[in-house]
Design a protein around this ligand. Sequence first.
Ligand code: ADP
Ligand code: ZN
Length: 818
Amino acid sequence: MDEYIEVVLPIPIEKAFTYKINPAYAARLRVGMRVAVPFGKSKHYTGLVYTLGVTAPTAYEAKEIDLVLDEVPTVNETQLKHWEWIASYYMCTLGEVVRAALPGAFLLESETVITANKEAEVDEEALRDDEFLVFEALQHQSSLRVQDIMAIVEKKNVLQLLNRLIDKEVIQVHETLQEQYSPKMVSYIRLDAAYGEENALEALIGELSRAPKQRVAVLSLFQLQGTTEKPVSLEKLEKESGVSRTVIRSLVKKGVLEEYQLRKDRVSYDKDSGTESSKDLNPIQSNALENIKQQFNQDKVTLLHGVTSSGKTEVYVKLIEETLEQGKQVLYLLPEIALTTQLIERLQSYFGHRITVYHSRYNLQERVEAWNNVLQCREKASIVMGARSAMFLPFKDLGLVIVDEEHENSFKQYDPAPRYHARDAAIVLGHLHKAAILLGSATPSVESFHNARTGKYGYARIDRRYGEVLMPEIELVDISEQYRKKRMKGHFSERLVEEMADALEHSGQIILFQNRRGFAPIVECTTCGHSPQCPNCDVSLTFHQYSKQLRCHYCGHHYGLPEACEACGNATLDTKGFGTEQVEAEVKELFPEAKVARMDLDTTRGKHSYAKIIHAFEEQELDILVGTQMVTKGLDFRNVRLVGIMNADALLNFPDFRAHERSFQLLTQVAGRAGRTKDRGRVLIQTYNPYHQILQQVSSGDYEAMYKEQLYEREQYKYPPVNRIIKITFKHKNYDQVNEAAEWFSQGLRNAFRSQVLGPEFPPVSRIRNQYIKNVLLKIPGGQSLAQTKKSIKRIERSFNAISKFRSVRVIYNVDYV
Ligand code: ADP
Ligand code: ZN
């Protein structure tokens, strides 16, 4: 008798597919194993075994699976449960979750691109014939598609072959998304191989007798190498020998020493490293810790609300220690891994080799490694730190989930599906494992704080900075008056210039924040009023002075700034508004002596550029850092005396119900970069609107006032946390079609939900990459079943899809959109 299984394919198809299996496989197949299966006319996919022992489908004839790719399941049942929850809650398919969750290397398919793994040394002898053919082909061609490989080995199914080649590190699998995270590189020093022999070394030391410093450096290195297996870093050698970097490098030039680089987070730790013991908590921290543990005992998700620099991280460390003692795993989620190397290093100093960092921008081999470490509960994966995708790893026994900076909206995946909120999905994951769950922030989301207030979550607070450090002093500067009195220097008020001069005089560093990149967001002709627009998107082009270009920040379209207005021909183009480039240019004029750098998307594209800027600022090689919100994210600089916010109004006036909450969070977080040591920091906020309640709340640090007011507004207008919302987006290249489709769908929604439907409306940017966009918002009151609501929406979608002119309109659901 034939046997059948259900397989989930990593594609947006609602149902699992039924396949026939060879009876020989039946005994060893388990749920969660990967199988290669044919699909459609000629495609092959890797899918996951979902159900065993099902009956033959009636609607189609089941094909037979090609291969079983795993010996043991790659995915466990808790993961599948979790992913099912994500699919159902965020209204996408399980296949879409599988695609997001599994490292690409696990999901080989016909279109995948293969390249040679340049870093590995391949032992050709150890390759089988078919493996060698692929290896050889990749010596002549930089990349191959799976189809090419099928032709080379003259086989239809090559997925197993490719998996073997990945295991042997012969090939790499290429994904389209290749914005590489650039890890920090660390310099290491070793004796040049020529001095490996004892005689050679002795002779060298003799030679150096007239260069005592160099001699000390060599001897210290020799000693360090003798006492540890670990590579010796430049920093360590400098510290241990007391000899400066310059001297050590002169030895490198001479060829006595060799300098080499290793990636910070790829260095394997030996058992002794990372054993720095955790810090004793001060009474406020201890109190918070006890409080948290009590809430955990009542199985409550707990919110740790601690002002910036209050020592939240040290509290996490205690909880992590306790969890590891119980032999359980820890998941530590961060909003953006690239921006948090500082934090990772800090935790590595306590936990060393027990930390795995996981991020979707890591290369595929590393992600597979991390996956397997977690799957096998290896010690090096006791603590997993990562951005949102880290929650998809195959945890077996999670004891603690920490969501740091829980208010950050980058926890929400925007595109593609699954459009999940990592904080909320992590809470569900934690519950599945019966783990303790801690959310931390200096500026909690209104949602989480509301949950704490209503008793759904536990709550602990630290309202003072660690070590007698004062909260920065915040001053609001009214620029409308300054402009009226013609006191502004460019975009700088007198006060800001004064304070900058003062900070520089005291060798303090300065951060200037402006939430727009480029030189000016709008170019306008002063004769005819024409302003260049993007041909593909409904936005003005931003002027970038550095490249003398007009650029679209939505689609990347760009061209050189024309000399004259394209409409009237007059050479009267002027700019309106300002971005980070202009701030930087003005700073350089105001303080020609100061060393200035800019940190925004434009300056951090290069491989190590981000780390370089941070590092230079840390090392105080820079005086002033101008940046977009990149400078707000969890950076801990010791010497920042002044933070200047160039213009707070653009944030406040953003058309979104969360704009005020966000402004409070963003401004408080930027302000928190100031004065993290004994000298009290200062923050200047320039605004046309100094009496705006949010700015008042920021400057008095009054989170509760912000919360109360926002909650009142959300109650009035029925937004979260009072109601849930689902945003439904319609996209199409034809304006009329999008309009008609959105209207038809919304009518269906109104029939079902009446006044809870808002829109359809065009968003402020209503066309992106030639696609028109229209949104409808559905507000779902507390008592209403979310599951039923989604069912109704799906029903409307089915009728919608039955109308042929709507079939090409994309419908996108964003549940709990932020
Ligand atoms: P947060 O995460 O709340 O912004 P941090 O954990 O970064 O705060 O703490 C701020 C600074 O205070 C850090 O430099 C940290 O090392 C130090 N610190 C915090 N708690 C302690 C402690 N108990 N003992 C010694 N130093 C501490
Ligand atoms: Zn564009």
